[in-house]
Design a protein around this ligand. Structure first.
Ligand code: GRG
Length: 283
């Protein structure tokens, strides 16, 4: 779906798509990530009986936002990384200005995609999914979390502050994935709330696993540099509480995720598998 959505031909209302920008966007989005967020959205929608191209369009929108955040995070002004997903980062493969624009255009495209009538027959559901996405990605979500993260370098944060920062920077998009899958499948208010909490728990587990990988992971398997958090003096729960505590907390979070899914029985097997993958991953 991403491949089909990121083509060079113009859509109604557009004047031209500069080939270099399309190429950089494709490089950023079609470069073999784990697709965790879209996978979560699709699995959540399937749990409530929806499995069609419309959900795939919404899932592609979310992946566009995720990929934009990686492109901008890798820029010299932020994390200054040369390697992502085992390949040169976008500003290395192209140039800084193109990387900034590719990120901008991926972010903007996401909102175009959520407005696609295939996403949901009712405009008010698409509107709610769009506003939720803005809030997950924006000032009070991922971008805000990144701001807190930058401000926290070489400062001492407590557990509550670190959890808030991480829920915003990483957790918000993962929470959105699970919540929106349920919403687009017309799940009940209670089930949307249950999947929202599931997304929060998975988001926390994802960040803890990421922090552990930064300490213990292998750069070759990760496809990016390891050990960057400690070098940058980043405030993480692993740094604050140690690896043993982090592993125990990961186990607790997976157990909570499984409890949240228990009511759905075997139908939720793939969501439960995703929860276990998030905690046990090596890349
Ligand atoms: C630039 C607004 C803005 C935000 C950046 C994404 C992000 C926020 C920071 C990245 C720093 C980082 C490595 C955070 C840890 C969590 C994370 C987003 C890891 C990468 O996500 P994966 O593992 O990547 O899902 P793949 O490549 O599998 O898609």
């Amino acid at each position: 779906m991403l491949d089909r959505l990121l083509l060079g031909q113009t859509e109604e209302g557009e004047l031209a798509r500069p080939p270099r920008l399309v190429e950089a966007m494709r490089y950023a989005a079609l470069s073999g990530g784990k697709r965790l967020r879209p996978g979560l959205m699709l699995a959540a929608a399937r749990l409530f009986g929806r499995d069609d191209d419309g959900v795939l369009v919404a899932a592609a929108a979310l992946e566009c936002i995720h990929c934009y955040s990686l492109v901008h995070d890798d820029l010299p002004a932020m994390d200054d990384d040369d390697l992502r997903r085992g390949r040169p980062t976008v500003h290395r493969a192209f140039d800084e200005a193109t990387a900034i624009l590719a990120g901008d255009a991926l972010l903007t495209l996401a909102f175009d995609l959520v407005a696609d009538p295939r996403v949901h027959a009712e405009a008010c559901v698409r509107l709610a999914a769009s506003r939720d996405l803005a809030r997950a990605a924006g000032i009070g979500g991922m971008a805000g979390g990144q701001m807190l993260d930058l401000a926290a370098e070489h400062s001492t944060l407590g557990e509550t502050e670190i959890r808030l920062l991480q829920s915003m920077k990483t957790g918000a998009l993962i929470r959105y994935a699970a919540r929106t899958g349920a919403r687009l499948a017309d799940a009940s208010v209670e089930d949307i709330a249950r999947l929202t909490r599931f997304g929060e728990v998975i988001g926390l587990a994802f960040q803890l696993a990421d922090d552990l990988l930064d300490v213990e992971g292998d750069a070759a398997a990760l496809g990016k540099a390891a050990g960057k958090d400690a070098a940058a003096g980043k405030a993480t729960l692993v740094a604050l509480k140690g690896t043993a505590w982090t592993r125990a907390e990961l186990g607790r979070l997976v157990a909570e995720a499984e409890t949240l899914l228990a009511a759905f029985g075997e139908r939720a097997a793939s969501l439960a598998a995703l929860a276990r993958f998030v905690a046990a991953r090596d890349r």
